[in-house]
Design a protein around this ligand. Sequence first.
Ligand SMILES: O=C(O)[C@]1(O)C=C(c2cccc(Sc3ccccc3)c2)[C@@H](O)[C@H](O)C1
Length: 152
Amino acid sequence: MITPRRLLLVNGPNLNLLGTRQPEIYGRDTLADVERVTTAAAERHGLEVRAIQSNHEGVLIDAIHAARLDCAGIVINAGGLTHTSVALRDALASVDLPVAEVHISNIKEREAFRHFSYIEEVAAVHVIGEGVPGYARAVDLLVEVVSGRADG
Ligand SMILES: O=C(O)[C@]1(O)C=C(c2cccc(Sc3ccccc3)c2)[C@@H](O)[C@H](O)C1
């Protein structure tokens, strides 16, 4: 039994504009579609989702800190902060919650500066390059991790 029965969904800078440009990289789904896909996947496991998107690093960090009080895990697409933010990495490491890292595009096959993720080493689940459906697989894999922790 997973308690609390909630996941935090974090989307980072610029993802509020998802679906408006570069469909060849990010597809045509919008942030609302991301939240819909993630919520539907969570509900299949009896979980709800708290979704946050912000272009401000500190807002994301505050949401991650707050999740330690009432969430069972975190699904995060940090956008560009993936490749730059030690502070975001440290926030994820500071809360005792399992993390699923999601990237819509295959960052390992894009520009070299996108190949490195500060989040990679603090995440238990990695879904990269599977488009927006990847958020649903991240939920499924994260639930396995959370359930394993709950079983002890
Ligand atoms: O592939 C991803 O999901 C990624 O996390 C998402 C990113 C990203 C960056 C800027 C904008 C967007 S969404 C977007 C795309 C085109 C136009 C407007 C917004 C995603 C990149 O910073 C990352 O390197 C990769």
